[in-house]
Design a protein around this ligand. Structure first.
Ligand code: ATP
Length: 347
């Protein structure tokens, strides 16, 4: 069992509060992604779990054992970091097998594991090459293979695919997902790439300004964002927002239209809908098309709705020109509402 518990972890660099009271439990064998914009504290949190950074307050537990006073090597984890410390004067084989030799595993076992993980990462043809001669993307794959070869209970990865070109990245993402699903490893994976996060994660922890704003399954984060930040960070193009004013008895005025909404006493709410959850219809939000982008699979239309910029992802067979008036009906079960004071979702 390798459950990871992060308890009340805070981190200050001087007077700068990089992390505020983080509480997170990653279940045994779960794939947890930390997702957030640059500077939100993802790497700092991962480094604290790894033991490369000390928390100002709080505790880290792995597999029921408190580890925050232990050196990284004694925490039972393998790591892949952005700078993927691959030794340039060693061959790829020696690099991948490095940790296994340290553990004094028999030669045939080292060979078996090195060859298996090198094949998984598509670098089996590079085993005899010196790592110093490799491209950034190749070295990154060596670093991932080295971590996987350890067959660890816990693996921590910080943007392990960041140096790969788009196609290889897509391929490696699928490979990694398969490998880690089979390996019974508990994973924490840092990325700022939301597609990567959605594709890999059992759960995503969305981070913002040193806090976890929401920790939930990818579909939950997408469909039911807990806060406006999550709604606008996840999804490309992001969710649309419009001001809503109360008309009583759960009715709200949104861009001149009357809509059913939450029955609360609030003086204002934010109405939110994803661009793909809008359809041209007889009644709905009145929009004027501004920019029309045919993206192949669909049509992305940026419009003006009551003075706000608003995007709709429509069927690519539709003909829409800039200046056209559209009536866009939001799919009722996909509408979300946020409290503008707290920025949190209304349940
Ligand atoms: P990125 O995606 O750019 O790596 P991140 O979300 O991983 O970003 P962190 O590297 O965890 O962000 O940094 C969080 C904040 O803490 C940033 O504002 C950063 O400048 C600050 N920070 C990180 N390490 C240190 C340090 N050693 N000393 C001072 N400030 C630091």
């Amino acid at each position: 069992m390798a459950e990871i518990q992060i308890k009340n972890v805070a981190k200050k660099f001087g007077t700068y509060q990089a992390l505020h009271d983080i509480n997170l439990t990653v279940a045994d064998q779960e794939f947890m992604v930390l997702l957030g914009a640059s500077g939100c504290g993802k790497t700092t949190l991962l480094r604290i779990v790894a033991g490369l950074e000390t928390a100002t307050t709080g505790e880290i537990w792995i597999g029921g054992r408190r580890v925050d006073h232990l050196a990284p090597k004694d925490r039972g984890i393998a790591m892949v970091f952005q700078n993927y410390a691959v030794f340039p004067h060693l061959t790829v084989f020696e690099n991948i097998g490095f940790g296994l030799r340290m553990q004094k595993l028999p030669n045939d076992e080292v060979k078996r594991r090195v060859e298996r993980t090198a094949t998984l990462m598509h670098i089996e043809q590079l085993l005899k090459r010196y790592s110093g001669e490799l491209s950034g993307g190749q070295r990154q794959r060596v670093a991932v293979a080295r971590a996987l070869a350890m067959e660890p209970d816990v693996i921590l990865m910080d943007e392990p695919l960041s140096n790969l070109d788009a196609l290889l990245r897509l391929e490696m993402r699928a490979e990694l997902k398969g490998v880690l699903a089979d390996s019974k490893t508990t994973t924490i994976y840092v990325t700022h790439d939301q597609v990567e996060a959605m594709s890999l994660a059992d759960r995503i922890s969305v981070m913002h300004q040193g806090r976890i704003v929401q920790a939930a399954t990818p579909i939950e984060v997408y469909r039911n964002p807990a806060a406006e930040f999550v709604a606008s960070f996840i999804g490309n193009p992001p969710m649309n927002f419009l001001n809503a004013t109360p008309m009583g008895a759960g009715k709200w005025r949104v861009a001149g239209q009357l809509m059913d909404g939450p029955n609360t006493e609030k003086a204002a709410l934010q109405f939110a809908i994803r661009p793909e959850d809008l359809r041209p219809a007889e009644t709905g939000l009145i929009a004027t098309a501004k920019v029309v982008e045919p993206l192949g699979a669909h049509l992305l239309v940026t419009c003006d709705v009551d003075g706000s910029s608003f995007r709709a992802v429509l069927d690519s067979d539709l003909t829409v020109r800039p200046g056209d008036k559209l009536t866009l009906a939001p799919q009722p079960d996909r509408v979300r509402w946020f409290d503008p004071e707290t920025t949190l979702a209304i349940a």
